[in-house]
Design a protein around this ligand. Structure first.
Ligand code: MN
Length: 484
């Protein structure tokens, strides 16, 4: 289904393709042994190769190749057994070589696909055009000195995977869902940490609009957008701009634009460069990269269960709804946490507790599963106390709040606070007798046909027992007592 903006002359469809640069998880750079840790002092992780000293030769880092192949397999993509590194020539202050080593005509990974789960419950498939491996450039810093710019080459030479989607995305929502899913897959694979705020995943966003049934119109590329929200906003804003241009009789120029989230606009950076401007040619310092089929097969054997397969299994084995399963598998830690809570227990009850009170507590305390005050074993124990009747659902919520506060086991808290559910018939009957005696007038009204008062009596009994009376027993005993 297309995303339409109602314009004055009819509906427009948005067409988006994303080029995501994902930093490869590797201790060393793509063609040198320099370290890649984030946040190190400027220029402390730079080898002669990264600084492009004359006569230095690149040596491929096998770990980076393996990570890219693993990613390609995770994207259900074709792995090309022969790929070629090419020089992409351009001048920039933070690019000491004067070219970027990338892949052009023969990328390592070909066509693949990502299944995207949309907020409204639908799923759609976004095609992957290719994945190629390339070096990152350094970073210009303009805020270190009043009159000079500085260059940090720590990032120079770090391995990137450029993951190019087909123009299959039709709305800001779909773009957001695609990026989240891609990030989830990369994290499961352990090939990119997906931290957009640290720059390890950035997107170039290609946007055009068309009327339905038309072929593609001219697109604009919004460079280096560094959050999912900004990608979604920039698409909305850029599509509106193009529609306005067309509707006022103008034409859209192919160009590179910059998104300014503060001003809520995109603006022109430069007219779009074409591939031939870069004078690509195979890098004479590097042989074609040739892989053996059994090398690829060996990597395939080590792939973890990925989010789509895990989601299917959760629906099948735990009877969860596709939506709930989708929420739980977004990251591996949540999925693993749920599975240890659910093991040997009512899985729907486990899912409700994990996604409800537990995720809520993590949100409100700013904790993660790794730093959670409540362990999976403790949450499981709480569910056992509900299942065996020790705790009512209501009391369990109170106990859970105390668990978050104190990190104590639920059984300890139940004992300490005397929160155990009352299931003793005699004790509940005594409370009911008290409540009926104190509300004799209402008892008379009830007996003369005012059924609605039943809820009032339940409320009074629960209140008098401080919420500890077993609600099912209260119902049954009240009914028979009130009947007289
Ligand atoms: Mn690139």
């Amino acid at each position: 289904m297309a995303y339409m903006i109602e314009g004055e002359t009819g509906p427009w469809e948005i067409v988006v393709g994303l080029e995501v640069h994902a930093q490869v998880i590797s201790n060393a750079k793509l063609f040198s042994g320099a370290a890649t840790a984030f946040g190190a002092d400027p220029n402390s992780q730079v080898s002669f190769v990264d600084a492009a000293f004359p006569g230095m030769l690149p040596v491929i880092n096998e770990m980076c190749v393996e990570q890219a192949v693993r990613t390609g397999l995770g994207l259900k993509a074709k792995i090309n057994l022969e790929s070629v590194f090419a020089r992409k020539n351009y001048f920039y202050a933070d690019l000491p070589q004067g070219y970027q080593i990338s892949q052009y005509e023969k990328p390592l990974v070909g066509e693949g696909q990502v299944i995207v789960d949309l907020p409204d419950g639908r799923s759609t498939v976004v095609g992957i055009e290719r994945l190629h491996v390339e070096q990152d450039a350094g970073k210009s810093m303009h805020d270190q000195h009043p009159t000079k710019s500085c260059i940090d080459l720590n990032r120079s030479g770090i391995a990137l995977m450029e993951i190019v989607s087909k123009p299959d995305i039709r709305s800001p929502d779909e773009a957001g869902a695609y990026l989240r899913k891609l990030r989830s897959i990369l994290r499961y694979l352990g090939t990119c940490d997906g931290n957009m705020e640290e720059g390890s995943m950035r997107a170039d966003v290609n946007v055009s609009v068309r009327k339905s049934g038309e072929s593609y119109r001219t697109r604009c590329e919004i460079k280096n957008v560094n959050s999912v929200r900004f990608v979604m906003q920039s698409i909305e804003i850029e599509a509106k701009r193009q529609i306005e241009v067309y509707e006022s009789g103008g034409s859209v120029d192919q160009e590179t634009r910059l998104f300014d989230p503060g001003k809520g606009e995109t603006r022109s950076m430069r007219s779009k460069e074409h591939a031939h401007d870069y004078r690509y040619f195979p890098d004479p310092d590097l042989l074609p990269l040739k892989l053996k089929p059994d090398y690829v097969a060996r990597i395939k054997d080590t792939l973890p269960e990925l989010p789509d397969e895990k989601k299917d299994r959760f629906v099948r084995d735990y009877g969860l709804s596709p939506y709930d399963a989708g929420v739980l598998v977004v990251d591996r830690a949540s999925a693993d946490f749920f599975e240890s809570v659910a093991k040997g227990r009512d899985s729907k009850l486990a899912a409700n507790w994990v996604m409800g009170d537990f995720f809520g507590a993590l949100n409100s305390t700013g904790k993660t599963i790794e730093t959670s005050p409540v362990s999976a074993a403790q949450l499981g124990e709480l569910i056992d106390l509900i299942s065996d009747g020790t705790l009512s659902g209501r009391l369990a919520k109170d106990v859970f709040a105390l668990m978050v506060e104190t990190s104590k086991a639920p059984s300890v808290l139940v004992e300490e606070k005397g929160l155990k559910q009352v299931t003793d018939t005699g004790a509940i009957e005594a409370v009911i007798d008290q409540v009926m005696a104190a509300n004799a007038d209402k008892v008379t009204e009830y007996r003369s046909g005012k059924d609605k008062l039943f809820g009032f009596f339940v409320g009074q009994v629960m209140k008098a027992s401080q919420g500890k009376a077993n609600p099912g027993m209260v119902n049954d005993l009240l009914k028979s007592k009130l009947a007289g």
